[in-house]
Design a protein around this ligand. Sequence first.
Ligand code: UDP
Length: 368
Amino acid sequence: MSGRYPDNKRDNVRVLTVIGNRPQFIKAAAVSGPLRDVADEVLVHTGQHYDDALSKIFFDELGLPRPEHRLELGGGSNTSQTSRMLAALEPLLAREQPAMVLVYGDTNSTLAGALAAAQARIPVAHVEAGMRSYDRTMPEELNRVLTDHTSDLLLCSSEAPAEILRGERVMGEVEVVGDVMVDVAQLLGPRAAARTEVLERYGVASGEYVIATAHRAGNVDDPARLERLAALFEAVPYPVVLPLHPRTGARLEAAGLRGRVENGRVVLAPPLGYLDFTALLHHARAVLTDSGGVQKEAYLAGVPCVTMRPVTEWVETVEAGWNVLVDLDAGAAIAALERTPPAERPALYGDGRAGERVVAAIARRMGA
Ligand code: UDP
């Protein structure tokens, strides 16, 4: 991220990092730099996100090193994708012989990396461990729970997930390191906020529009819920900028609903790079999202968040009064968008040095 990635030194201990989708590129950007100071990192991109707008731009903008291995395993159902990843990772781990495997978050790439490593008896470190929505219909929830119970080093964003893991009696060592997305937000937030030309591009004025994202399977794969999502966007009484995730775009097209969403007030954009998205986030009057990471980034930027899910794993943002869960209830969403945020905004997710703590924990564990 800082543009200082020392060459891997082949005599160092080897850590194999498995990443595959947009939020994982952002999280890894906080860790790869300090990790490469103490270890030989082998970066594996599973190809879960293969679209340039969801992948390449993040490597360019955040200075993430080029992956040593690209598996190109996107597409298919969750089960098929995870099983193809497992099949590809087994021989790769046998060849690379890492001392540890590092995974992030809650995707199929996370679970496949953790399980393939555990089967090969390679210790696993999980960043963003212990997050729970307790909604087992979410593919991400299954990935989180299974990854945590397979991991040796469980690195948590805050005290709440650490408590959850202790309650679940996980086998691995639990440590609170802070949130790695805070590191990236602190480093790049001010630079991003200065990019006001992106507001002009989408015809919106600072403080007067809503920035939105929507892509959760639970909201876009079920036709009835997709229709409610479209109706919610139709009802929002403010200008909205909605960078459209390819999955959502495809579902809206197939259902003939794209026209209902793209009305005079809602401007559709392609998926944006981190800097453009963060610029739009910083200048928005509110955020409307079903993303995990965006709920947290809204809090960090001091922008009220309205979350189109019935539950969240980022409970602290709700308890602090900055985030309201509305599921797909348009009336509740409009009421929540009109709320005034609280005066207080305590630091919930660390001090922007989580990446260093992740690396220190890994180094300690490996005796490096
Ligand atoms: N993001 C981005 N461009 C966009 C929308 C989101 O760079 O058009 C970033 C956002 O800042 C956050 C991350 O993508 O860091 C969130 O990813 P996503 O919503 O895909 O995943 P989730 O957090 O829900 O797993």
